[in-house]
Design a protein around this ligand. Sequence first.
Ligand code: FAD
Length: 525
Amino acid sequence: QCSTTRLYSSTDPLTILTSETLKKSLQNSSTAWLVQFYSSWCGHCIQYAPTWSALAGDVKDWDTAIRIGVLDCADEKNFDTCKEYGIHFYPTFRYFKARNSQPDTGKTYRGADRELPTVRQLMVTFLQNHSQEDWPPACPPLEPSRALEILSLLGQKSHQYTAVIFEDEKSFVGREVILDLMPYKGLNVTRVAEPDKIVREKLGIESLPSGYLFSPDGSHGLIDVQKPLRFFFSSYLKLLPGVRRKQARRIPEKAVSVENGIHVAWKEFNKSKVYMADLESGLHYLLRVELASHKTLEGEELKTFKDFVTVVAKLFPGRQPVVKLLETLLEWLISLPIAHIPYDAILDLVNNKMRISGMFLTNKIDWVGCQGSQPELRGYPCSLWLLFHTLTVQAAERPDALANTGLEDNPQAVLQTMRKYITTFFGCQECGRHFEEMAKESMNQVNTADESVLWLWKKHNIVNNRLAGALSEDPMFPKTSWPTPDLCPACHEEVDGLHTWNEKEVLAFLKRHYVFSNMSPKYTA
Ligand code: FAD
């Protein structure tokens, strides 16, 4: 069910509390809580809401140890509760300990400032101040390990990885990485504060913080990240082979999928490449399966289809037979004076007439970079994202490509075409609804082709973060903000303890990634 208050909605990664749910949620809770009591008419609360939502997103993976909530004191049904809790000023932040069976009005936060990194660090300290009796059961130890214990792991085999963050006394990196990895299994993360000279020399640690990894097979070494930051360490550890989200579905012993009763062997691939086989398989599915469920195209549907074919015919950086097919389809559509097109006529063109003259689009599915560890995972939606990212990048790199199509001079041409395709034809209606919400909110603010590339990248990351840990997530391909630091270290920065994107670098990376020269023809038919 969709709950909303005036400043927060169910799409924010936090819990919206009310007078009915507050006490039930806080008492005997298995997690600690940080609750913001706010008032929706208070200007500062309005201004602060994006920071609070960003904080909740930043610590989403900590929510089995500490959760973020909000309660609106301007809502009539919460008046009595706010009075009972003695809330006089807005916003008031209150911490509530885990496993507290007594009624408790919480401990007011009075920090130096309300910036995201400061509040996050205070959350860590608050967690650490729990006693053994009220320690949140899911929260791993946050105290530093002794260096000697760590040295005793050298050369030992184990059933899982152990990662150690070596850091100075005041650093929060180790504790934040420990909490970030809490929902993952297959590794144990710990930290060592102020390692002495002997330990440093033995492990080759030259600066702090540094990460050190003990692998299950007994091998060990320094964690090689470009920047010694929380986000880089956490991202590196989440992507280790064998490390999985705890609640994710079980991963099959062997990554083999079954299609039409036939076992399809796993294809090795390189995640820094885009595979033409994915793009072509996606186009095949779109044209011959998804659209083919429509008997006739007319009105808005026909217009959407024509715009889609225009955009792919002009911008798709594909192999010659595929591009020729798309161009011929476009010419045919333009030449037709009729207002209804039976979809069979389109299929006929795509399937039969084309073979004669060097035009061809594969008629089977061969996922490569979009392979799922199980047949129902990844595949078509993955290829659709790849296709539209590729098209936004092509529109930015080849500004004249849409000349004389009616779509030229429109920096949103690809995005608006995608929007219409997704809401009109994409089989996942719920996905279409979510995408439309994002489009309504900000697509019309896109003013250049470069902004259009970045808009889609940003929105795709919002979807990734929303779906992380969901049942539709493939455990072999955990959803995370993309590109990960291993693909683009320069894309990631930390400013005042906060992970930020260097958008100039992201744009440059996307323009290197979604181009023909980075597309592998391997596995194409
Ligand atoms: P995908 O998210 O499909 O990504 C495919 C590839 O794109 C990745 O492997 C990576 O190489 C690249 N990539 C990842 N992130 C970015 C980025 N930010 N910018 C550029 N490239 C990137 N599923 C739902 O359950 N609920 C939804 O509401 C929903 N909405 C969707 C909306 C749209 C428009 C689409 C196309 C799909 C939607 N899906 C939704 C499906 C979901 O987003 C995934 O496509 C699907 O779960 C398969 O995930 P995947 O692991 O293959 O990665």
